[in-house]
Write a protein that binds this ligand. Structure first.
Ligand SMILES: [Zn+2]
Length: 199
């Protein structure tokens, strides 16, 4: 923990002065261009891998970068999405999975999650992803295939949120799927599903 406190001192001494103007502007404006939804995994750092400045990314992180399909009722993920898309007016939404994802590994390898019932329940939001890859691959390849299929499935879930559906229909937002590879630092694009044509 002490290294974090020391990090704050280093930030204030070495980093902040160069960005003081930016932070002064950000003190009164919040206009991120991108909603970035990633896994909570400590090895995936959105601002680092995109080299984005403070104020550019509105970030939501969940275990397995899972986005529950829209359902009426209070929900922190849904509220964050609606806030970013409807009120802040982000123009791009990125769903970013990553290699060696613990959530996807647990699903692909059928880990016993009896001791973590909340995790087990949460991972049900990846049922469709798992169904698509279960019979096609094995081992490490299966985890990688599930990571990709899961990004596609979560993009589809994202589009069920009314704020996103509206923005897509009006051409105000674009959806993107990414997978971050930890050992190489590379990002692979995953095709987003086509939005359903407006009736
Ligand atoms: Zn993960």
């Amino acid at each position: 923990m002490r290294h974090l406190a020391e990090g704050i001192h280093r930030f204030q001494r070495d980093v902040f002065p160069d960005k003081a103007g930016l932070f002064a502007r950000l003190a009164t404006t919040h206009q991120p261009g991108t909603l970035f939804i990633s896994c909570s995994d400590a090895r995936v750092v959105p601002e680092l891998i995109t080299q984005a400045d403070p104020g550019e990314l509105f970030v939501i992180r969940t275990a397995g970068n899972l986005i529950p399909a829209y359902a009426p009722g209070a929900d922190g993920v849904a509220a964050g999405i609606e806030y970013a898309v409807a009120l802040l007016g982000v123009r791009d939404v990125i769903v970013c999975g990553h290699s060696a994802c613990g959530a996807m590994t647990a699903l692909a390898e059928g880990h016993d999650l009896a001791g973590a019932p909340a995790v087990a329940d949460w991972l049900r939001h990846a049922d469709a992803s798992r169904a698509r890859t279960a019979s096609t691959t094995a081992g490490e390849e299966q985890v990688a295939a599930l990571v990709r299929a899961n990004v596609v499935a979560q993009l589809a879930n994202l589009a069920t949120h009314p704020s996103v559906a509206r923005a897509l229909a009006e051409g105000r937002v674009r959806l993107h799927g990414w997978v971050f590879d930890i050992p190489t630092g590379t990002v692979e694009e995953v095709d987003a599903p086509r939005p359903a044509p407006a009736a």
